[in-house]
Design a protein around this ligand. Sequence first.
Ligand SMILES: *[C@@H]1O[C@H](CO)[C@@H](O)[C@H](O)[C@H]1NC(C)=O
Ligand SMILES: *[C@@H]1O[C@H](CO)[C@@H](O)[C@H](O)[C@H]1NC(C)=O
Length: 460
Amino acid sequence: MERDSRASMRYSTQLQDMNHLDEGVEFLPAMNSRKVEKRGPKRHVVVAVLLVVFLLISLTTGLLIWHFKSVDPSLAHSSRDNSCMFSLHAKEGQVTSFTTPGFPNSPYPNNALCYWALRADASSRISLTFKTLELEPCRDDSDYIKVYDSLSPAEPHALVRLCGNYAPSYNLTFLSSQNVLLVTLVTNKEGRFPGFKAEFFQLPKMKDCGTRSYVRKSRIVGGQNSDVGEWPWQVSLHVRGQGHICGASLVSDRWLVSAAHCFLPLQGIRYSDPSLWTAYLGLTDQGDRSGPNVQSRQVKRIISHPSFNDFTYDYDIAVLELQSPVTFSAVVQPICLPDATHNFPVGKDLWVTGWGATAEGGTGASILQKAEIRLINQTVCNQLLTDQLTPRMMCVGILTGGVDACQGDSGGPLVSVEPSSRMFLAGVVSWGDGCAQRNKPGVYSRLTSLRHWIQQHTGL
Ligand SMILES: *[C@@H]1O[C@H](CO)[C@@H](O)[C@H](O)[C@H]1NC(C)=O
Ligand SMILES: *[C@@H]1O[C@H](CO)[C@@H](O)[C@H](O)[C@H]1NC(C)=O
C-alpha cells in the first residue's frame, strides 16, 4: 500500500553489510595462506575449514537479509539512534499515558526511531488512544507513527500509519487482538513538531465462543436437517472401520467434551484407545467428510471421569485432547462452557444435535439432525425414571414423546441460547429408556455439576 522512500536506505545498508561480509570472506584466505604454505600436508584440512567458514558466513548473510526483509524496511537499518525505547505495562483498572520525548514543551527529536512496547495482563487486550497527535505533514518521506498488533514491527501486523495531525473528532483508538501493542515513531532529519500524547488501558478479552458466523440455508425444507455452519462446535467421532460412533463438542482449539460411555470396551474392542478415533469438525453431511471445510484430527488423549459408573451412567463425561489444534473458521467454532453456578431454568428450551438414529432401532442420519426440547423438573423426571437420576444428570425432552436424542447421538451437545445470544453447553447426550417414547425423556450429563472436573483436566 505504502511505498516507503526509506526502502532505498535498506538497500544501501544491505550493500554495506554485504561488502563487510565480502571483505571478511576475502580476508580469511589471505590471512591463512601462509599457514597453508607452511603446513603443506594439511592443506586440504585448511581448505575444508575455510569452505565451512565461508558456508557459515553465507548462511548468516542469507538469514540476516531474510530477517530484515520480513520487518518494516524503515526499521531495518541501524544508522539511527536506538535510545528512544520504552516498555510500559497496563495497570489493572488504570489508564497509563505516554508521550513523545519533550512533549508538549519541546519538539520530538529528528533522525529518531522510537519504540513503545505496550503490554497487558494475559487474557486481556489493549485499548490505545492518541489524545493529541501533531507530526510533520504527510509526505512520502515525512515523519510517521505506526501501531502494530504485535511486539514485532512486521508489516503484516501493522494496524495503522499516522502522520500530520488529525481533527479532534477523528477516532484514534486502536484495539489489540492479544495482550501487546507496539507503537513506533520514525522521524527524518528536519522539522520541529510537538508529537503525541497517548493513553492505554487493558480490557478483558471477550470469550470467543458459542457464536455461529455463517449458516448456509439448505435446500431441504421442513424436517430436522441442520444447515451448514449452524452448529460449528459439533464433532463427529469415528472409529476406524466402523464410521460415526459418537458425538462430541468442541470447547477450545484442542479439547472436546464427550460422554465416558462412548469409550467403554465392547465386543473385545478397547474404545478407550485414542488411536482408534478420528474427530471430524465442520461436518454436516457424513457423506461429505472430504469436503474443503471439514477438518479431521487424530485424538491424542481420552480422559474419562474416574467416577463414571457403567451401570448407573453417573458421571458420564470425558474430555478428549486432539493431536493438533483445529483452525477456527466459519464452520468450526467452540461452544461456551457454563460456570458451575450457572442456572438453566426448568422449561428452558434447549437444542440437541447429532447424527444418531432417526427412529428407535433405525440407522444413523447422513445430515446432522437438530431437535428443540425442554428442560424437565428433576423431581418429576426422577419419578418417571424410577429414581435413576443422580445430581450429575438432567432430563430434557418433550413428555408427549416424539422428539429425543437416540443411539449415535451419545456424547453430543445439548446447547442453550443465553441472553447474551451466545450458546452454552448445558449437557452431554448420555442415555434414555428407548428414544422419544411418551413419558421417557432423554437423560443428559449435567455440565454445571461436572464443570470443575473439566476445568481440572483442560484448564478451560
Ligand atoms: C474507535 O475505534 C475503535 C477501534 O477501531 C472502536 O472500538 C471504537 O468503538 C471507535 N469509537 C468511536 C467513538 O467510534
Ligand atoms: C419441581 O417439581 C417439584 C414437585 O412438583 C416442586 O416442588 C419443585 O419446586 C420443582 N422444581 C423446580 C426447580 O421447578
